[in-house]
Write a protein that binds this ligand. Structure first.
Ligand code: SF4
Ligand code: SF4
Length: 405
């Protein structure tokens, strides 16, 4: 048995205080979660499976294992996809315990170096890229028609773009497509620009709860300043943090009078009411459920309703879909510390997509799009990934240019 040093004793106690021994013991070690765990399916070693990670937590709580940077890595390599919790027959909430472990590891200073860099960028620049936050509207600088939300400081609706869509050129097409769609539908919205900070989810899942709380408070204040009653987001992580984590960080009343929608929820209604009339897109597609939107926020049907509203489009499901969907690998901030692992996870999801015979993967997340697209490029696969808002805009543009709108 490894003796626990006095200086880490407090951390062990903290871990034991935040993760109850009874909750860990709920795991009956059946191993059913392993098949659903994307990191286990790539690495095939027990310490990268949910069951193995929980065994590590238990060993630390019981004083049988010393906390170390190597221990921390096992937790920061988890994509927090929640597939384990969804599959577990004994009701073990492995993903919640693994997230709690990250919070304790952060407090203990056991954060992997790349994640520390990400937290520094969030603290100093208020976004994940490290760019000047004032440049958050660069995505619309070259658009033929500037989004109407650009010049509007007050509106019923705020379009909260998120860091990836705002600052990563590969994803600019997503806010471009969505803002044009809102304009076409006559939805009045405001963009927050530099007043939009990172939603706080990357800080929260890295363990820095106080930084996440600061970001949550800032963003809600910016939304209130705009006089909005509704926030619409294109990013599933923004959606999940607004709807599930902000109330935890700031209290339930923090969101009083404010409705939060993912873009697909708004689009499904606009398409079904006839406010948007897309042209036919005769193509066979498969839909990849983003973990933060689907399994973790239970938004499964709106993106499918959007796809079904596009004439001529055929939707085929992958072998693992909905609540059982396989993560693309892009979650949990793992990209910062283990890019090769992420790439392998994405490869597995691409194989499932290829098996459907689809010509296109559609998702509802800029991070899933980035992860799957770059893995497909590395494998020289002719299988593109697009965001559902891009596909909708493509169909609307055809109607628009055909003069039938
Ligand atoms: S499925 Fe649940 S009970 Fe079975 S090994 Fe995984 S966490 Fe433990
Ligand atoms: S949250 Fe996902 S990656 Fe993490 S242990 Fe569970 S199934 Fe594996």
């Amino acid at each position: 048995m490894t003796m626990v040093q006095p200086q880490v004793q407090n951390v062990v106690q903290e871990l034991a205080a935040r993760i109850s021994h009874d909750d860990v013991l709920r795991c009956i070690r059946c191993g059913l979660c392993a098949y659903t765990c994307p990191t286990y399916r790539v690495e095939e070693c027990e310490s990268m499976a949910p069951r193995g990670r929980l065994a590590l937590v238990r060993a630390v709580i019981e004083g049988k294992l010393e906390l170390s940077p190597r221990f921390a890595e096992k937790f920061y390599d988890c994509v927090l996809c929640a597939a384990c919790t969804s599959a577990c027959p004994s009701g073990t909430k492995a993903d919640a315990m693994l997230l709690e472990a990250r919070h304790v590891l952060f407090d203990a200073g056991l954060v992997p170096e790349p994640v520390r860099g990400l937290l520094e960028r969030l603290e100093t620049r208020h976004n994940i890229s490290g760019e000047e936050n004032a440049g958050r509207l660069v995505w619309c600088s070259n658009m033929e028609h500037a989004p109407t939300g650009l010049g509007r400081s007050q509106a019923e609706t705020v379009y909260f773009v998120g860091c990836v869509g705002s600052l990563f050129p590969m994803s600019f097409s997503i806010p471009q497509a969505f803002s044009q769609t809102l304009d076409l539908a006559g939805v009045e919205y405001a963009l927050l620009g530099g007043e939009e900070w990172c939603c706080g989810y990357p800080a929260f899942i890295s363990g820095d709860v106080e930084l996440a709380r600061e970001m949550a408070a800032h963003n809600l204040e910016a939304v209130r300043q705009a006089g909005a009653r509704q926030v619409v987001v294109t990013c599933p992580s923004c959606y999940h943090v607004f709807t599930h984590v902000y109330p935890e960080l700031l209290g339930e009343e923090a969101l009083a009078g404010l409705k939060v929608l993912h873009a697909t929820e708004l689009l499904a209604d606009l398409l079904e009411s006839g406010a948007l009339r897309p042209a036919a897109v005769p193509i066979r597609v498969t839909y990849h459920d983003p973990c933060d939107l689907g399994r973790k926020s239970k938004v499964f049907q709106p993106p499918r309703r959007v796809l079904q509203a596009i004439p001529g489009l055929e939707l085929v499901e992958m072998a693992s879909t909905g609540a059982n969907s396989l993560c693309c690998g892009g979650g949990g901030n793992v990209e910062s510390s283990a890019p090769a692992l992420v790439e392998s996870m994405a490869g597995r999801r691409l194989a499932e997509a290829l098996d459907t015979g689809a010509e296109l993967i559609v998702t509802a997340c800029q991070q899933c799009k980035r992860t799957l697209s770059s893995a497909a490029r590395k494998r020289r696969l002719r299988l593109r990934t697009v965001d559902v808002v891009e596909l909708v805009w493509q169909a609307l543009e055809q109607t628009h240019s055909g003069g039938s709108r």
